[in-house]
Design a protein around this ligand. Structure first.
Ligand SMILES: [Zn+2]
Length: 478
């Protein structure tokens, strides 16, 4: 008999391998070390493996852990302070950010809360994009998540004195300092924790770095053989800056400097036209769609449907708590399906099975980890979740003549039905409880840090009484 550490049996297995969802009834998954040893029929695997631990997955789904392809965990403490307004940055986020950003302790506490929230809703891999990533990465190490991280790099001066509509002035010394931090991140963390932590390059946006710096980053991506994770065409403000500086829109400019290829993970594309999106897709770049965040912040459904006409390298991301409010990939899948159906006025687009692939198999390819995660297949890393289909929102299960499991996972699950999470072969959550951190302490410490941030931000709100959120407060609407 072959040896396994964990053997899950009698589950509804969704391997996500091949083109569909790869359903196996009465399925089993064997885990040995950090990898999947076999996936198949329960009877067969029970004969083949002697496992240290056999886990009965009757009434439960076994599937790949969900991938959040774009998240800023450091922003979590200011969840929900800037909704339902137009200038969410200036009128809601800004005062809080002024006090949050320099407070590394608060960033860490918020980040841990955000990661905990996401793990409990089935996320196992995080493309975490923030500064100081050298610190935040320690939360991923501690809780045991897979993290593909990027340090935010830009050339914006510490104090930005540019008025709205004016061209930003760059500060090359700030840019140099941030590039050095990025190189340090690679040196210290790339490939660490049994390969669970990997690094990408993270220019914040084409409008926030000089052409020289963007070219340096492109060259570095080739030398380090990694991806470039970047906000692309993320707002009309960015397009305005690009036209003023270079006389062209973002995607045309990125093409000119050699960015449009498989290394690029283009986040948002909020302001990209369908033609630009298709062109970017045709060059092999991946796209991250943040449906909840862009829906709430901008009221826009990005051109993901156009992207899919050309490429399947489409991943989903939850972005940040102050915009999206939640970092829950079940929520993201549901939003993605519904918003795109409404945009197209067509219920056949963005079907549940396809959206589920965007949070697993296709996402893994888009973020450059397709050979390691995203499907349940022998040889891949053991990142999997067990979802309890006996919870009220996921019951009943119907297998024939029509199977309802996948539509119910996408349209009905809330995330709290995820019972168990295995990452890199290690059980991180069991019986709905995360084992690697004390959940109550994480929540309490984040609350304490948030109290401090809110108190400090109050001073900065003085004189902002005429802004929409302050008026909503005064009128008793918040
Ligand atoms: Zn973002």
């Amino acid at each position: 008999m072959e040896k396994a550490d964990l053997l899950f049996i009698h589950g509804y297995v969704l391997t996500m391998a091949g083109e569909g969802v790869g359903f196996i009834n009465d399925g089993a998954v064997a885990v040995a070390g950090d990898s999947i040893a076999a996936v198949g029929d329960s009877g067969e695997l029970l004969k083949r493996f002697a496992a240290d631990r056999v886990i009965d997955a009757s009434g439960k789904v076994l599937m790949p852990g969900l991938i959040d392809a774009h998240i800023h965990t450091g922003d979590c403490l200011i969840r929900g302070v800037s909704q339902d307004i137009r200038n969410w940055m200036q009128h809601g986020m800004w005062p809080f950010e002024q006090v949050l950003r320099p407070d590394t302790d608060a960033l860490m506490k918020g980040s841990m809360l955000n990661i905990l929230e996401a793990v409990k809703a089935g996320t196992t891999t995080f493309c975490d994009f923030y500064a100081p990533m050298n610190e935040l990465v320690k939360n991923h190490v501690k809780i045991g998540t897979r993290a593909r991280i990027a340090q935010t790099v830009n050339e914006m001066p510490k104090v930005n004195r540019t008025k709205v509509g004016e061209l930003y002035e760059f500060d090359p010394a700030e840019g140099k300092r941030k590039m050095e931090e990025t190189l340090r991140l690679f040196r210290d963390w790339h490939g660490r924790e049994n390969g669970r932590i990997t690094c990408m390059l993270g220019p914040q946006g084409a409008d926030m770095c000089s052409r020289e710096m963007l070219e340096e980053i492109r060259q570095l991506a080739e030398e380090l053989d990694t991806s470039i994770h970047m906000h692309v065409a993320q707002g009309d403000r960015e397009i305005d800056q690009m036209i003023k500086r270079y006389g062209k829109r973002t995607i045309e400019f990125l093409d000119e400097i050699g960015y449009l290829n498989e290394r690029l993970i283009a986040v948002h594309l909020t302001e990209a036209t369908e033609e630009e999106t298709k062109y970017l897709a045709s060059k092999g770049a991946g796209m991250v769609l943040c449906s909840g965040s862009i829906g709430i912040i901008d009221g826009i459904v990005p051109p993901a449907a156009a992207f899919l006409e050309v490429s399947s390298r489409l991943a989903l991301g939850s972005d940040q708590a102050p915009g999206n409010n939640c970092n829950n990939m079940f929520n993201e899948m549901k939003f993605t399906a519904i918003l795109n159906k409404c945009k197209a006025k067509d219920p056949t687009v963005f079907p549940a099975w396809k959206v589920l692939r965007m949070a697993t198999a296709e996402s893994a390819k888009a973020i450059g980890l397709g050979d390691q995660i995203g499907t349940l297949e022998a040889g891949k890393k053991a990142d999997l979740i067990m979802v309890d289909m006996r919870q009220p929102a996921l019951s009943p299960v119907i297998l024939s003549p029509i199977r309802n499991i996948v539509p119910n996972l996408v349209y009905s699950a809330r995330g709290n039905e995820v019972e168990m999470s295995v990452i890199d072969g290690r059980i991180v959550m069991e019986n709905f409880k995360v084992l690697t951190v004390d959940e109550a302490s994480v929540v309490r410490e984040a609350q304490e840090a948030a109290d401090r941030i809110a108190e400090q931000a109050a001073d900065l709100f003085k004189g902002m009484e005429d802004t929409p959120l302050m008026q909503m407060m005064a009128a008793g609407k918040l």
